[in-house]
Design a protein around this ligand. Structure first.
Ligand code: GLU
Length: 304
């Protein structure tokens, strides 16, 4: 399959969407990003990398990082995670407070903000220095020691993240947060600020496509069973309240972030990253979703 040609076609055929979405503006530092950028990277299971456009430009990982913190939580405490957070699609916006009240402080899944905050709490309890641990974990998967937290983004979000502060405090009132809200929010805002590019992203996530095994570092990250569960959660909950439509249109397990990045996998075959900062009304990259849809349509590859 000529992936270089396919990526170039996708770029051409999705150009018309440029200017039709909106860069996230509720975090002021993200509002500064030039919405016209577009990058893709594709890493096959046998290690071949294909890239297009702004694939080497760093962007803010935002919610894509929630898959990585969940991976670490799985490694640390295993299935006990499910005593603190559910695994159903939320059917609500990613930062909704309403559902939490009805469900007594147990978030629907680890990829909405409330769920990610519980995972952050688990990491704060299990690890001596979770921020450093997470950064090491990511740098090692990407084999790139230059990956960093973007302090400007982390501070910007800390200064404006009132809703996340509310979610953390609210869950604390139900006893589902064990550390202080300040501790878990500090980790959360930093994980969201992780700055990397599409090329890094496909390498970091390739262990999921390889069913839990990081073949760059020859290291098992998750058991096959945990890796299967992680991929399933990405499929059902990875794209906020657009997860069903994404599964329908694309047929890959994906996770998006409000920085405009999406990572998607076909286990056993490939990992793909797309970045285009303009978002649709669900908070997913408008051009990114269409690019992935075209990819599975053109190649006939998908998880189904
Ligand atoms: N840092 C963002 C927030 O908490 C992450 C949201 C996202 O990417 O979905 O609002």
């Amino acid at each position: 399959m000529d992936f270089n040609k396919i990526l170039a076609e996708i770029a051409e055929e999705t150009k018309y969407l440029q200017g039709k979405g909106k860069v996230a503006n509720y975090i002021p530092a993200l509002a500064q990003v030039d919405g016209n950028q577009f990058g893709m990277a594709l890493l096959t299971a046998d290690g071949e990398l294909f890239e297009y456009g702004d694939s080497a430009v760093n962007f803010s990982l935002q919610s894509v990082s929630k898959v990585l913190t969940l991976t670490i939580a799985f490694r640390e405490i295993g299935t006990v995670v499910w005593e603190r957070v559910g695994r159903e699609p939320s059917g609500n916006p990613f930062n909704s407070l309403i559902q939490l009240e009805k469900e007594k402080g147990i978030p629907r899944n680890p990829f909405i903000n409330a769920g990610a905050l519980v995972i952050s709490d688990i990491l704060c309890s299990a690890l001596e220095n979770p921020k450093e641990y997470l950064l090491d974990f990511v740098q090692k998967r990407a084999q790139n020691p230059l990956i960093k937290y973007d302090e400007v983004v982390a501070i910007s979000e800390k200064e404006h993240g009132y809703l996340n502060v509310a979610l953390a405090n609210y869950m604390k009132s139900f006893g589902n947060i064990h550390n202080t809200p300040e501790q878990i929010l500090d980790l959360y805002f930093n994980q969201c600020s992780l700055s990397m590019n599409c090329n890094d992203l496909v390498r970091v996530f390739s262990f999921i496509a390889n069913r839990g095994f990081d073949s760059n570092n020859k290291e098992r990250i998750l058991s096959r069973s945990h890796s299967k569960r992680l991929s399933s959660l990405m499929l059902t909950c990875g794209m906020y309240d657009e997860s069903g439509d994404f599964a329908f249109r694309v047929g890959m397990s994906g996770k998006s972030g409000v920085g405009g990045g999406i990572v998607a996998t076909i286990p056993g075959k490939l990992t793909m990253a797309v970045w285009s900062p303009e978002l649709n009304s669900f908070g997913n990259s408008l051009r990114g979703v269409m690019a992935l849809e075209l990819f599975t349509t053109k190649t006939g590859m998908s998880i189904f």
